[in-house]
Design a protein around this ligand. Structure first.
Ligand code: IPE
Ligand code: MG
Length: 229
């Protein structure tokens, strides 16, 4: 969800106004995806590198997260959405951790779309965390080194419960992953749009999904093999 700051700056507004507008769009897109019966939507709200931003912007974002979870939770629950937070959560304030726990617990038994909110998230950090959990199990004899497979690693990531992502969308014009879902994106189709996040909407999402549907996903096979199967 990139481009909030530039959107605001283009309008002579503070960056915070962009984040506020971005939140509205996030709400619309979450509902749109739930209506499309998408299995899982993972949104990058705050990266492990975003702490380097000016203190004022970081604290604005933290307050926005608390307020957003509070104001959106009932609606998310009504829509049968399962809310999960992925990232190194321990760095957050007690207040935010409390909201995170409330949202996670309240929606844990829902059966609809997974909404994964990546906060203080970094793809490399996620892999280090998975590997260290695996190493601990090897050390205490719970797991044998020869039993470690790709599946083992997937099961120790923060998205263990979700299917692999089919489609990645980055708004805001940059064409890079910025440490996002490094393990999970191995076979994901990538889409980039210049639209700034606060200008993104369901119509553009639909057209990206339509383009995605026309792609042939070969997973290493030839086009002929895929057609035959
Ligand atoms: C939102 O966009 C992403 C967040 C970290 C909340 P940005 O804040 O990165 O916006 P730009 O890239 O400066 O326009
Ligand atoms: Mg940015």
């Amino acid at each position: 969800m990139d481009g909030n700051g530039r959107w605001a700056q283009q309008r002579g507004k503070p960056r915070s106004a962009g984040h506020q507008a971005g939140l509205k769009v996030t709400r619309d897109i979450v509902e749109h995806c739930a209506r499309l019966q998408i299995d899982a939507l993972t949104v990058y709200a705050f990266s492990s590198e975003n702490w380097q931003r000016p203190e004022k912007e970081v604290s604005f974002l933290m307050e926005l997260f608390v307020k957003a979870i509070r104001s959106e939770l009932n609606k998310l629950h009504e829509n049968n959405i399962r809310v999960q937070f992925i990232g190194e959560l321990s760095r957050f304030s007690e207040g935010l951790l409390k909201e995170i726990k409330t949202a996670t617990d309240k929606t844990a038994n829902n059966t609809g779309m997974f909404l994964n909110i990546a906060v203080n998230y970094g793809g490399r950090g996620e892999l280090v965390s998975a590997m260290s959990d695996i190493a601990a199990k090897v050390k205490n004899g719970e797991l044998d080194v020869t039993d470690i497979t790709e599946k083992t690693l997937t099961e120790h990531t923060w998205l263990a419960q979700c299917p692999e992502p089919d489609l990645f969308i980055r708004t805001g014009g940059e064409q890079r992953l910025s440490n996002y879902l490094l393990w999970h994106l191995a076979y994901t189709e990538l889409a980039f749009t210049d639209t700034l996040w606060p200008d993104f909407d369901g119509t553009e999402l639909d057209s990206i999904i339509q383009n995605f549907s026309s792609r042939q996903r070969r997973f290493g096979q030839t086009g002929e093999q895929v057609k035959a199967s």
